[in-house]
Design a protein around this ligand. Structure first.
Ligand code: UD1
Ligand code: CA
Length: 487
């Protein structure tokens, strides 16, 4: 094994260990699938790995193999290996070996619970690994409280001799602040060493970290490098650590957007998923949540208590308080909210105003169109410069099927109208307030379907007189009763 060396060319493969049981999370969801701002921890690590352009990535999954495979965004460079029983990190890496068959070069191994790791740190680490000609390198960091991390044990010359897990460490070793991050660079030829790892009796697992002392005893070149910060290299084992990782990730994402000219009013309650993009001069108020593949344009204002999921928001858009937008497009200079729900498959046109207590579902709303108050627009195609009065409802469902409502350009829909689909309102037509429209309305017509108003002369006056005389008769009756009873 002594002749195992490090070649100069960086042929890179990645392995992510994700087969642990994650018992300390106290959750039935596999640990690596716990989300940070909408993205599973494992996905963050894979995204970082993609940036290094490895030839191959192997994810080792265990009991939750199917769930993990299905939750990961498809990428042809990923293959999956299964570790049926969680017998430790050493055994997990051994299970990845067959999937790396034929690969010759450096394998970067990452524990699946280090979501904050950055490409820059991995690059620095790999450069050192190559430059120093190591066969195995360990990425270490200085921990304020080393807690459950494995301690880096260095010999007199300062070289790493072994990693001792916290549970096996002596009191003296427990004081060591330099710890193992769970990220390793291993030359592929060194993989046979994994078979020599012995079962650790105290935990009943095969520790990957034991590979270090075995390699050292064989005279193989091993080194540890302290190249990243504690915040970036933290391992997530508990719910508390997951929440800390969320905070750190949030700070990192928000800082990135601030650096690009986005303003925030009090970031404490804001969350932004890592895939979101925001244009400069956009202003974001408290309790705003931007999720999934959302893109927000330039110069937008997003007022408090707004959630936007997988949506595209144009430039100069104003989104007012307490609004939810899902899977939709809002075009330039439109205004949405307050209290508005834009449901999937909708498109709000340029300069449109969709306002107070309005729900839009799977509908296209043209530019300059206004629906300002208490309206439901479902399965509709609405043209430009349409005015939808307060309380208008598109009745799109007959109990069995959904039907389409078409409203052409420049239509005026009076308040409290119901448009019973399928129905089409021709260009420039007017719908009188309070109408129930069941037939297509021709262009430029006025449609009215309410009962004609009629007046009954003096009805109110006669009623008033009648009530008054009833009251005085009742009074007289009471008086007579009193006189009789006093006799
Ligand atoms: C591990 C390291 C420790 C290091 C720490 C850094 C070992 C023995 N210890 O400890 O030195 O300081 O990470 O965060 O490696 N996994 C499997 N199969 C298994 C067990 C675990 O795939 O049988 C995966 C887990 O899903 C996880 C990763 O390996 O993503 C690390 O496992 P975990 O149990 O979190 O190890 P730590 O105790 O944190
Ligand atoms: Ca861990």
């Amino acid at each position: 094994m002594k002749n195992v060396t490090n070649s100069n060319v960086l042929n890179l493969a990645g392995v992510v260990l994700a087969a642990g049981l994650g018992k300390r999370m106290g959750s039935s969801l596999p640990k690596v699938l716990h989300k940070i701002h909408g993205t599973p921890m494992l996905q963050y690590i894979l995204n970082t790995l993609y940036g290094l352009k490895p030839q191959k990535i192997v994810v080792v999954a265990g009991k939750h193999f199917k769930e993990i495979r299905e939750s990961i965004k498809d990428d042809s460079s990923i293959s999956f290996a299964q570790q049926k029983e969680a017998k430790g990190t050493g055994d997990a890496l051994l299970k990845a070996w067959p999937a790396l068959k034929g690969f010759k070069g450096t394998v970067i191994v990452i524990n699946g619970d280090i979501p904050l790791i950055t490409r820059e740190t991995l690059k620095k680490f790999l450069t050192l690994h190559k430059k120093k000609g190591n066969v195995i390198s360990i990425l270490s960091f200085m921990a304020k409280e080393p807690g459950s991390y494995g301690r880096i044990i260095r010999g007199e010359a300062g070289n790493i001799t072994s990693i001792v897990e916290d549970r096996d460490a002596t009191d003296l070793q427990k004081n060591i602040k330099e710890v193992n991050s769970g990220i390793y660079a291993i030359e592929s030829e060194a993989f046979p060493i994994l078979k020599e790892i012995k079962l650790n009796e105290s935990k009943g697992e095969y520790y990957l970290t034991d590979m270090i002392s075995i390699a050292r005893n064989k005279g193989i070149k091993v080194n540890a490098y302290c190249t990243g910060s504690e915040d970036e290299l933290m391992g997530v084992n508990t719910q508390e650590e997951l929440e800390r990782a969320r905070q750190l990730m949030k700070d990192r994402i928000i800082k990135r957007w601030m650096d690009r000219g986005v303003s925030f009013v009090d970031t404490v309650s804001v969350s932004i998923s890592s895939d979101v993009e925001i244009g400069k001069d956009t202003l974001i108020y408290p309790n705003v949540h931007l999720e999934g593949n959302t893109r927000v344009g330039r110069g937008c204002t997003i007022y408090p208590n707004v959630r936007i999921h997988n949506s595209i928001i144009g430039d100069g858009v104003v989104i007012k308080d307490l609004t939810l937008i899902e899977g939709s497009v809002v075009k330039n200079r439109a205004s949405v909210g307050p209290f508005t729900h834009i449901r999937p498959g909708s498109e709000i046109g340029k300069g449109a105003k969709i306002g107070n207590f309005v729900e839009v579902k799977k509908s296209v709303v043209g530019s300059g169109t206004k629906a300002g108050h208490l309206t439901y627009i479902g399965d509709s195609k609405i043209g430009n410069n349409v005015n939808i009065g307060a309380g208008t409802i598109t009745c799109n469902y007959d109990g069995y099927k959904k039907h389409i409502t078409v409203i052409e350009d420049n239509v005026f829909v009076g308040s409290d109208s119901q448009l019973v689909a399928p129905v089409k309102i021709g260009e420039g037509a007017y719908i009188g307030a309070g109408s129930t429209i069941t037939k297509n309305v021709p262009s430029m017509a006025l449609a009215l379907s309410r009962v004609q108003q009629r007046h009954i002369e003096d009805w109110a006056l006669k009623r008033k007189l009648k009530v008054r005389s009833q009251k005085s008769r009742a009074k007289n009756r009471d008086k007579r009763k009193k006189v009789v009873s006093s006799k």
